[in-house]
Design a binder for this molecule. Sequence first.
Ligand code: FAD
Length: 437
Amino acid sequence: MQEITRRKFALLAAGAAAALPEISRPALAAGPAHVVIIGGGAGGAAVANRLRSADPDIAVTLVEPKEKYTTCFYSNLYLGGFRSFRSITFDYEGVRKRGVTVIHDTATAIDTAARTVTLAKDSAPLRYDRLVVAPGIDIKFETIEGYSPEAARLMPHAWIGGEQTWLLKEKLLAMPDGGLVVMSAPPNPYRCPPGPYERACMIAHFLKTKKRNAKLVILDAKKTFSKQAVFEEAFREFYDDIIELNLTNEIDDFAVVKVNAATGEVTTRSGQTFRAAVANIIPAQRAGAIAAKAGLTEGDWCPIHPENFASTKARDVYVLGDAAIAADMPKSAFSAISQAGVVAADIIADLSGKPREKGTYSNTCWSMVAPGNSAKIGGDYAPGILKGRPYLAPSGEFISRPDDSDDIRHQVYQESQDWYQAAVADLFGQEPQMTEP
Ligand code: FAD
């Protein structure tokens, strides 16, 4: 694309923005268009790469506090002993090599009228022409009495990748034979719907192979969950004497409402208390804090236009990945990467005055249930209308069956391995370091 100048943009903007709310739009800054991306996870890194590969003239700045990103996706395999921590951790050198300016800082405020982003360490705000907000999730610590960032060091959630993931593995390694692991599964909606149950399988595999007579109790705020038939079959077939699944029912509410990190006690809404050797507390979640601070949320999450993931709350701002309300589209890295392609294409079309196509999306969530044995769920999504309101209509949905043959499960396992390799090479420009776990 040619360089987009202020004058050219002014001529193009009126038509291109027709579908969006009528709010006056500040002029573009002189020089190349500047896209700022908040969050260098699956969604943000994918948008950065899509923009740079489609149009090297666009200046792209990625703001991400962490110098190294540990993928939540595949982190359960690290817990199970199938991957090393190193193999799921990436720096941003590959992103920089693509011409993206990476700033390791935290966005603390967004001024959508002035089109600036304030950073924690850097005193000069960043000016943007288009802003992409992809901050992932924050943990709702306040929903569980006694749980806090400090308590999470003793009872890790490990639902945000990095130190938390590592802490949970350390606690599993250190627990005695015969110990009890207690895992709390969160209420909907949350990051990675099958994630807690893949984690249960992976922790149970670890216990089966490394800790004699240890048990895993799952305390679930929900009555049903993703890929339930497949997981329940795996729990019975591979981990019958290890996993105890407690789903909320008409009599008992197994939502965890209270913990004592010092004693290891975990208490459910129905009043049962379990004493854990290791507690993995996964609370309710919300969009990363910057989203609410910038006025981009409705409740806990960010409403978007389904055709392009533009925020419904602010002009020239996109929200994607886990922070967005994407109807039935699960909060997954696959979804975030799929949304990123649409967001990048929309930004490029908008900036160059080309017609803005309605996006279509897809998702697949793989879960490893035992060595070389994975199940999947997925589908496609397109903008539609439900009860008079825009939403993302699902189609072409698929799901593994509980009685799939070993061969099919092995093929699905191989697909998931291939997806991970391709996804991280795409996001971070690096092959995973396949060291021993
Ligand atoms: P993230 O990847 O979390 O990235 C957000 C980034 O924003 C973070 O790096 C954060 O540091 C940064 N950030 C936050 N606030 C700010 C700020 N104010 N300023 C600057 N930067 C900020 N998905 C799959 O597709 N397949 C799987 O197999 C899978 N398995 C999973 C297993 C587990 C155990 C978990 C927990 C998740 C799994 N997921 C999986 C889900 C996947 O990890 C998320 O859906 C995905 O990471 C979402 O991408 P995101 O960009 O929205 O958020």
